[in-house]
Design a protein. Structure first.
Ligand SMILES: [Fe+2]
Length: 330
């Protein structure tokens, strides 16, 4: 079936959760976030972590995962905030394989009570610990437009390597999505000067006073402790950021968001098809605000000579990939 014609864009999505599920969805509805353990096996998680290392090495810039002296910008492709990458990586074969892992699809299918899902074209995350050439500043934020009051997206992060207290990883304020409207009832100044998605307005950066507002109401930042194969899901109104990796472990993760296809307009699907066919990344949103990305990797003030517009390994165009990309009907 196809419900994609004449659909009105659903900014605040039309989804009423049940009062009681008797499973993890109760906690998700209560807190706006949840960690699902072992949605993929440790072996699969290691495969994806290894593929990320292989991808870094494909650039032939001298990066060696066993030699910390090469964990510097000159040996690495250009990244956003030291760990998220350009270069068509969002459409690498292994990145699509992770999106089509049955455990990942099942989690979103259960959450949304439909198998007819679209997947975001967002990025991978590789954090090399103790990097001396990266200036780390906390940036508590939400990937949600403050003018949108209801639920608009559930974000996901699939974790591939152990992430303990000292390792780089996601930090969130559990439950903070519930007071999003209360916080934004007052006009708040958005300080997202370094945000490349600003013009698309799906972002808000919280400064210290804002964080204090949440803390005074009992919300606190928690560093997620994740094992390989764990999936974190959060309502995009949740205050979150990530911490600098200080331990020995390289952080490996991938952002994966899925939303029901019925929320996407025909126009959004057309744009999504264009982005898919041109190996372009998008925001965390799978179903709307789709636009061809214009960001380029800049190295020393010029376009990175290693810039590329295609993945090293193109995705296998399985039914699952084409459906999640929105280019094949369900
Ligand atoms: Fe975020």
């Amino acid at each position: 079936m196809s419900t994609t014609t004449a659909v009105k864009e659903q900014i605040e999505v039309d989804f009423t959760p049940k009062e009681h599920y008797g499973d993890w969805r109760d906690e998700f509805q209560r807190e706006g976030c949840i960690i699902l353990r072992n949605v993929i096996s440790p072996e699969r998680a290691k495969y994806y972590a290894d593929k990320q290392i292989e991808w870094l090495k494909n650039f032939e810039l001298g990066f060696d995962e066993k030699d910390e002296s090469t964990w510097t910008a000159e040996h690495l492709p250009v990244s956003f905030r030291g760990g998220r990458y350009f270069y068509g990586v969002t459409h690498e074969k292994s990145v699509w394989e992770a999106r089509t892992e049955p455990g990942v699809i099942d989690a979103f299918a259960k959450l949304w009570e439909t198998e007819e899902l679209l997947c975001s074209f967002d990025g991978i995350k590789i954090d090399l610990p103790r990097r001396k050439d990266v200036k780390w500043t906390p940036w508590p934020h939400c990937d949600h437009n403050p003018d949108i009051k209801g639920l608009t997206c559930v974000q996901g992060m699939l974790n591939f390597a152990p992430s303990g207290p000292k390792d780089g990883g996601l930090i969130w304020m559990k439950g903070s999505a519930k007071v999003f409207n209360e916080f934004f009832a007052e006009k708040r100044k958005n300080e997202d000067a370094d945000n490349h998605q600003h013009k698309h307005q799906e972002f808000f950066k919280f400064h210290d006073d804002h964080v204090k507002w949440f803390e005074e109401r009992g919300y606190e930042f928690t560093k997620l402790e994740l094992g390989p194969g764990d999936l974190a899901l959060w309502d995009s109104r949740t205050v979150h950021h990530s911490c600098f990796a200080e331990g020995d472990q390289i952080r490996h993760a991938q952002y994966i968001c899925m939303m029901p296809k019925r929320f996407a307009t025909e126009e959004a699907l057309k744009m999504k098809k264009y982005c898919f066919e041109h190996y372009m990344p998008n925001t965390h949103l799978p179903h709307r605000n789709i636009f061809p990305a214009t960001d380029k990797p800049i190295r020393d003030g010029a376009l990175c000579p290693k810039d590329r517009s295609e993945p090293f390994e193109k995705p296998v165009l399985t039914d699952a990939v084409l459906k999640l990309a929105g280019v094949k009907p369900y």
